[in-house]
Write a protein that binds this ligand. Structure first.
Ligand code: UGA
Length: 432
């Protein structure tokens, strides 16, 4: 099977490499010439554990190539996979211009019997809209448009793609279903749950899944805020409720809220899609509102510890929106740091992998070479990403460098550790 994969972001590159390792012939396409040149030299466009090795394996197996020539890749392909970005537009709706550009290129160049598979996260009805565009532009072409959402998470993308929890294929055309089963044959042999449904259902699955994950996080954050006032330890509560299989243990980690390019975007896109069909979600605005204020609860506790942050030096540990990635899109660290600076604090920040990103996104902040350097002489340490390096840090050199006493743990990484007695520990859902 020949696959053209359009877009070399997290979804395109990781799934392209995975399909190639499974023996499909994959051509990854991007309009960014520099990115394609670098990929040909084995240089990844972003940090993702295991990806350089997976891409190298696919390339050395002779099944993965890179190009900027979308027309040639599409002409050659049995299946064209679309993995381009769908950023949030000003009205909260997903901006589909890149998806439609792929559909237009498909209409112009695809061979008879080709299938356009959409892996980008899109609103319900996008497959039908693509189908109509292609049919209008290429009336004699026999083709199908399939919705095939992707569920990988950044930081574990390679593993998630190798061992998916499920594969969702949305099409009403039997011949397209048959071809998609061939594309996914190795997963089906491995008994990965394989769900066939309509394109509209498949599109709804993706937004609903992310909205549910966001809901779990906002829920546990509210319970944490409650425990803080009422007494009780949210971690104990989360562990105990998570053992109920109807609730499940995942995504019940309290903290400063969810960030990244997906959860918030998809919650908003689902609300915007609801508006379009005359349905007003009541739950989702609250999920977003809880998330928006969550980081400020902790900020306020930090500010209260000093009677205001002005003139204080704050070490911020962790800039990426979660561990395992250098992605800072919607990272709580950015507004948190900006507010510290606005209110007169000096900030020294450190992240194990996101320093390059930080230089671009928050050029106004001073960066330290190591976590301990950031903490040296600071009044407070604030942990915003749960990197293992922070979790496991040796307190003895740290307490020599850190002269302050306030520790704000936005991800609960030190809850189980015994801290030096002179430190005041502030974390979500606990007042230790
Ligand atoms: C999310 C989904 O988890 C993926 O299934 C989906 O495919 C992806 O979006 C996507 O749409 O492409 P991702 O954005 O990589 O993946 O990150 P998550 O692991 O979902 O974490 C999102 C945020 O929630 C992070 O800031 C994380 O720190 C936070 N989080 C997560 C919590 O605060 N508590 C938790 O218990 C779990």
């Amino acid at each position: 099977m020949r696959i053209a994969l359009i877009g070399t972001g997290y979804v395109g590159l990781v799934t392209g490499a995975d399909f190639a390792c499974r023996g499909q012939h994959v051509m990854c396409v991007d309009i960014d010439t520099l990115r394609i040149d670098r990929l040909r030299r084995g240089v990844m466009p972003f940090y993702e554990p295991g990806l350089p090795e997976r891409v190298a394996e696919a390339v050395s197996g002779g099944h993965l190539t890179f190009t900027t020539d979308a027309a040639a890749a599409i002409r050659d392909a049995d299946v064209v996979m679309c993995a381009v970005g769908t950023p949030t537009g000003e009205d909260g709706r997903a901006d589909l211009s890149s998806v439609f550009a792929v559909a237009d290129a498909f209409a112009q160049h695809a061979k008879d019997g080709a299938i356009l598979v959409n892996k980008s996260t899109v609103p319900v009805g996008t497959a039908e809209a693509c189908r109509a565009r292609i049919a209008a532009a290429a009336s004699n072409l026999r083709f199908a448009v399939v919705s095939n959402p992707e569920f990988l998470s950044q930081g574990t993308a390679v593993r998630d793609t190798r061992n998916p929890t499920r594969i969702v294929v949305g099409t009403t055309e039997q011949w397209a279903r048959d071809i998609l089963r061939v594309v996914h044959a190795s997963f089906i042999e491995d008994h990965v749950p394989y769900l066939e449904m309509t394109p509209r259902s498949a599109e709804a699955v993706k937004c609903a899944a992310n909205a549910f994950l966001a809901t779990k996080i906002s829920f546990i954050n509210e319970v944490a805020n409650f425990c803080e006032r009422a007494g009780g330890d949210v971690e104990d509560v989360a562990r105990a409720i998570g053992l109920d299989p109807r609730i499940g243990p995942h995504f019940l980690r309290p903290g400063i809220g969810y960030g990244g390019g997906c959860l918030s975007k998809d919650v908003r896109a689902l609300m915007a899609s609801g508006d379009e069909v005359g349905y007003v979600f009541r739950l989702l605005p609250a999920v977003e509102a809880v998330n928006e204020v969550q980081k400020w609860y902790l900020y306020d506790r930090l500010a209260r510890a000093f009677g205001g942050v002005s003139g204080k030096t704050v070490a911020v540990w962790g800039l990426s929106f979660k561990p395992g990635t250098d992605d800072m899109r919607n990272a709580p660290s950015v507004p948190f740091i900006r507010r510290l600076l606005d209110e007169g604090a000096a900030v020294r920040a450190f992240d194990p992998v996101a320093m390059e990103q930080a230089r671009m996104r928050i050029p106004e902040v001073a960066l330290a070479e190591t976590a301990i350097d950031a903490a040296r002489g600071a009044d407070a340490i604030v942990i915003l990403t749960e990197w293992d390096e922070f979790k496991e840090i040796d307190f003895s050199p740290l307490s020599q460098a850190f002269s302050g006493s306030v520790v704000v743990d936005g991800r609960g990484v030190w809850r189980a550790r015994s801290l030096p007695t002179t430190w005041r520990y502030i974390a979500v859902g606990v007042d230790k």
